[in-house]
Design a protein around this ligand. Structure first.
Ligand code: PGH
Ligand code: CA
Ligand code: ZN
Length: 307
């Protein structure tokens, strides 16, 4: 059933687990997510970026999600706008039927971020839609990063407290050292778990981890064995996800892992069967690997078995 993002995340916050938010661009990825949720008995958040909306259309993404939510009525699902850059973009997603939106004004000044978030909260709450905002910036954190630099990039705990009180935002993404894509850490993976716990304590709302892909070894191998190049890539290890959830993370954004898993199988078929051109022969194994990787992740996040 299509429900508000706040409904799914408030339950996770109360019970101390996290729900995966999986990015989609097309029907196959969406089918894989629902199949995983069905087999793991897990709630899900399906998320689409502005880029995904440009690629597939907000109405199309909504319609497909709606149809699958009716096919699997026992699965709580929220359709979320990922990294909405403007108030207008959030309004468009809400109009299209999205049940959760992120207003990402984290690159603006703190005051501007608050003002935009407050505006989106007013609009979204009038129609029962949940809102996410971000504080701090996502980027790779090197092992030896200067303390002053850390403070410029990562979430500020006092600001987080003030921000949540002033805006009424439903869930917050605090930057604690992750970044998007396949190249997250130059040295050893490192996240600021203390800062995370402090933000949780002062805000007491569901928290969101962006840039949370793990690039699991088996998926990396599938990709590299077909000539793919992921040299130097590094993800967030599963143990870090577990610790982040203990520290208060309730939504775990995952895109890169799914892309690599999907494309590894497309590459494999292309390499092994030179004369194959039936796209279903490429996409069926791709969907199957994405589904099994999502099921594993649901177990790590603790959302498996929650429905
Ligand atoms: C993400 C996804 N989407 O908003 O934060 O991050 O690149 O680690 O999958 P990854
Ligand atoms: Ca941002
Ligand atoms: Zn993100």
């Amino acid at each position: 059933m299509l429900v508000s993002g706040a409904e799914i995340l408030n339950k996770a916050h109360k019970e101390g687990y996290a729900v995966g938010a999986f990015n989609i661009n097309n029907m196959e990825m969406l089918q894989a997510i629902f199949e995983a949720a069905n087999s793991a008995s897990s709630p899900i958040i399906v998320e689409a970026s502005e880029g995904a909306i440009k690629y597939a259309g907000a109405d199309m993404l909504y319609a497909m999600t709606k149809i699958l939510s009716e096919k699997y009525p026992h699965i709580p699902v929220a359709l979320h706008l990922d990294h909405g850059t403007t108030v207008e973009s959030c309004i468009q997603a809400i109009r299209a039927g999205f049940t959760s939106v992120m207003i990402d004004a984290s690159h603006d000044s703190f005051e501007e971020n608050m003002a935009k978030t407050k505006r989106v909260v007013e609009i979204a709450h009038s129609v029962g839609v949940g809102v996410e905002a971000e504080l701090g910036r996502l980027m790779g954190i090197e092992d030896n990063i200067e303390v002053s630099e850390r403070d410029a990039v990562l979430v500020n705990v006092d600001e987080a407290e003030k921000f949540v009180k002033a805006t009424g935002v439903d869930y917050l993404a605090p930057a604690i050292g992750t970044s998007h894509g396949a190249f997250k850490f130059k040295g050893e993976p490192k996240l600021d778990f203390q800062r995370l716990q402090d933000v949780k304590r002062v805000t007491d709302v569901p928290l969101v981890l962006h840039g949370a892909s793990s690039i699991p070894q088996n998926v990396r191998e599938e990709f590299e064995n077909t000539g793919g190049d992921l040299k130097g890539s590094k993800g967030v290890p599963f143990e870090f996800l577990t610790e982040a959830i203990k520290g208060g993370i309730n939504k775990v954004n995952t895109d890169t892992d799914l892309r690599i898993a999907f494309m590894s199988q497309v590459r494999k078929v292309a390499n092994e069967k030179q004369s194959e051109f039936d796209l279903r022969k490429f996409f069926n194994p791709a969907k199957a690997l994405v589904t099994s990787e999502i099921v594993k992740r649901m177990e790590v996040l603790g959302s498996a078995g929650k429905i």
